[in-house]
Design a protein around this ligand. Structure first.
Ligand SMILES: [Zn+2]
Length: 104
């Protein structure tokens, strides 16, 4: 992703986050999930704006966020997973979709 895209993405995400965060009513659970998602996207995009080589080691998201669980000894990531939070989130979603699809 180019830095200009990151910038636009960050602004969109921050606008969404502030719409929810500064609404007159306290956000519902679902709105709070949107807020978390928007803030995460803003964070990843903002990190894309920082200079220097990407730290994720990911070819698709070299400037993405690093998975906070990377290197966690008590809750290690599955083997083969990298540092990239975006890729790991995608793997997590795929894994939970598979669990939901399994017959009980
Ligand atoms: Zn990635």
């Amino acid at each position: 992703m180019s830095q200009h895209n990151d910038w636009a993405e960050m602004q969109t995400a921050l606008r969404t986050a502030s719409d929810i965060g500064f609404a007159e009513e306290m956000p519902t659970g679902e709105q709070a999930e949107f807020l978390v998602d928007a803030l995460r996207r803003a964070l990843v995009a903002a990190q894309g704006l920082t200079t220097g080589p990407g730290a994720t080691g990911c070819r698709i998201h070299p400037h993405g966020a690093i998975d906070p669980l990377y290197g966690d000894k008590e809750d290690p990531l599955p083997p083969g997973w990298g540092k990239c939070l975006l890729c790991n989130d995608r793997r997590r979603r795929a894994a939970s979709a598979r669990r939901r699809a399994m017959p009980r």
